[in-house]
Design a protein around this ligand. Sequence first.
Ligand code: NAD
Length: 484
Amino acid sequence: MKFQPKASHFINGEYVEDTNGAPIDVIFPATGEIIARLHSATAEVIEQALNSAKVAQREWAALSGTERGRVLRRAADIMRERNRELSILETHDTGKPLQETLVADATSGADALEYFGGLAASLTGEHIPLGGGDFVYTIREALGVCVGIGAWNYPTQIACWKGAPALACGNAMVFKPSETTPLSALKVAELLIEAGAPKGIYNVVQGYGDVGASLVTDPRVAKVSLTGSVPTGRKVYAAAAADMKHVTMELGGKSPMIVFGDADIENAVSGAILGNFYSSGQVCSNGTRVFVQKGIKDQFLARLCERLAAAKIGDPLDESVTFGPMVSENQMKIALSYVDKGKAEGAQLVYGGDRIEGDGFYMQPTVFADVTDDMAIAREEIFGPVMSVLDFDTEEEVLARANDTEFGLAAGVFTNDLTRAHRIVAGFEAGTCYINTYNLAPVEAPFGGSKMSGVGRENSKLAINHFSEMKTVYVSMNDVEAPY
Ligand code: NAD
């Protein structure tokens, strides 16, 4: 098999296998070919991973921030040097076009390793004078063993967005990739060792939800960071709460994108394309409810369809291909079932809508117009290339409708009216907002959701607070006064 790793798991600096675990077939979504067979972690494997992380964490936390940062920055360099090789692997694992993986996966992972590597040496507490010579100082401490659980759309990026800040703060991580895309996290673990990381501070165990659940409930684990759907988030958050564990939840969305009549139409169409069809629509922050002001609706739809016709659908390994298969047959069927729902609910199919015949899991980029707020395609996360276009008249009306959702991951507005843009953003109930652009997630900026879309933030300096805690130390320079 083309991409068979040495073994399923990576623990304490080595590949580890236990074939008693349930099999996990890794499928290349463009052809349906099995490219690797792995095994889900058994209780013994989970035990080994948590034990080695627990031991390694103490030594890792005892290093200076500069030393930890150096390892992460070296890992970033190695990752960039191997970008092509890692991107080819990511394309096989996810089906995303190589044109995308070359710029958005290992490169984004390397950015996180570099950024948090750079921050590691500056992670300190503070000195707080209390008067009379007394003072308080705070010590920023690692949490201990952190568990990362990933989704399948950005496997390398997720492995690094969680691992890099965790390690920078002196934690160890046990990472469980999605069972659909298990390969690239093993490479992240390998190259961290190559960069000089001590064995055991970044272990990878494979498995289905049950493995994730065992990790979350283990008493050795101090924190859980999940990227996944809202239903999984609910379960993981509740399980972690039983032991008062720290959590970060990066969950789903049904984000609005508002296009006002005065917007630059070409930019708005570009934003809508990026926010609906990049990675075949499998992006959590996608702006899948596109509200277009009535006067420009026909122009917007005409230009959108014209540009969609220029998408090159095909072999994701061909670098000129811009639209690839979906990650799995199951995900494709889910997206196609929403196309049926959209038609049944009376939305107007203006582009695509069909499966592309063949062995791969391809469907056409799909656009519905005349979508109303109550339709399933406007309310539920599809996680596929299905865009809903909704009409609106006024600013007040569209903002209320944009916020009328349980989700709050992202939201965007296209307008040339500066004050309106900021007014709208101030009113958005969403963690990540965009003005005249969409779907950027640079490591320097906080990323995450409000409402049901998440808890906590990834990236930026804020992520440090989610992977460390403060110890407060009161120091008296005076006699202690007691009443008796
Ligand atoms: P999922 O919720 O099915 O699975 C996510 C991960 O959780 C997988 O690794 C899975 O094995 C694990 N898991 C499942 N049940 C578990 C349990 N009971 N305990 C512990 N772990 C468990 O999600 P998915 O289908 O892999 O990914 C798609 C979803 O992820 C979408 O909803 C998407 O919006 C979301 N997502 C969010 C972000 C973000 O940053 N907000 C990024 C990417 C994807």
